[in-house]
Write a protein that binds this ligand. Structure first.
Ligand code: HEC
Ligand code: HEC
Length: 206
């Protein structure tokens, strides 16, 4: 039984990696058409009015446990919205809220937040220096040397430190709140003080 569940999980994971959901196709099409992109960003600004309560009007969050969405990669935002909707990623509030968004609104909101200017925060310089070394060794392969990510991997530069710490700890500890095999492997060797160092580095990056 356990083996079956593991095999089914792997199958599912490879599906979500390689299959392009229709909304991701839609996102790409809009990104390739400047007029449609402009219209979608404007529609997304309106459709995200409720999100602004926590994520801020331009995606710069109002509380340390809430992630900044400004400047985040649109495909990543859309994928996380899908994961909340399907229950693969857990957060009682986000899961309920996302269910009411139509596919077009999801695409528009992702494009709107992605188009906004990213932010950054102050950090402890000593921690950040050590964190930079860890990041170069363990993380740049996927998230990029500048931590800006790409279509597949999230931007980490300038993200809120509290949110970064809770996310990394959840991946490492396999709490089930948020699972990703690549991230479980990448964080497996991190000690708590390594997480403090690497997040101090990331939060101050432009
Ligand atoms: C009541 C506050 C609140 C509101 C309103 C809210 N969010 Fe969130 N959102 C959160 C919190 C908290 C998290 C982090 C959950 C976690 O720890 O994984 C989050 C996470 C996210 C993420 C994942 C970001 C990442 O870096 O992985 C996305 C995308 C998102 N929200 C989109 C939205 C959208 C779109 C709306 C509006 C339809 C919205 N949120 C409204 C609190 C909120
Ligand atoms: C093999 C590729 C890979 C490596 C190496 C990797 N990551 Fe990730 N990372 C990912 C993927 C894929 C995701 C999105 C997973 C998901 O959907 O939850 C992610 C997500 C994250 C997130 C959540 C971002 C957000 O907005 O919620 C953080 C934080 C993070 N990674 C930090 C790190 C750190 C720190 C390292 C190095 C110790 C690292 N990653 C190494 C692939 C990688």
């Amino acid at each position: 039984m356990r083996l079956f569940v593991a095999a089914a999980g792997l199958l599912f994971a490879s599906f979500s990696l390689f299959a392009q959901p229709a909304t991701q196709e839609r996102l790409k099409a809009v990104q390739g058409d400047p007029a449609a992109l402009k219209a979608a960003v404007e529609a997304g600004r309106k459709a995200s009015f409720f999100c602004a309560n926590c994520h801020g009007e331009t995606g710069v969050s109002k509380a340390p446990e809430v992630p900044n969405l400004a400047g985040q990669n649109a495909a990543y935002l859309l994928e996380q919205i899908r994961k909340f909707g399907s229950g693969e990623r857990k957060d009682a509030f986000m899961q309920g809220l996302i269910k009411v968004l139509k596919d077009d609104e999801r695409v528009q909101i992702a494009l709107f937040f992605a188009s906004q200017a990213a932010t950054r925060s102050r950090a402890d310089a000593g921690q950040a220096a050590r964190g930079g070394e860890l990041f170069a060794k363990l993380c740049t392969r996927c998230h990029g040397a500048d931590a800006h990510g790409n279509e597949q991997y999230p931007r980490l530069a300038g993200q809120n430190i509290v949110y970064l710490q809770s996310s990394i700890t959840r991946y490492r500890d396999g709490t089930g709140v948020r699972n990703n095999q690549l991230m479980s492997i990448a964080t497996a060797t991190l000690k708590n003080d390594d997480i403090v160092a690497v997040t101090n580095y990331l939060t101050q990056l432009p």
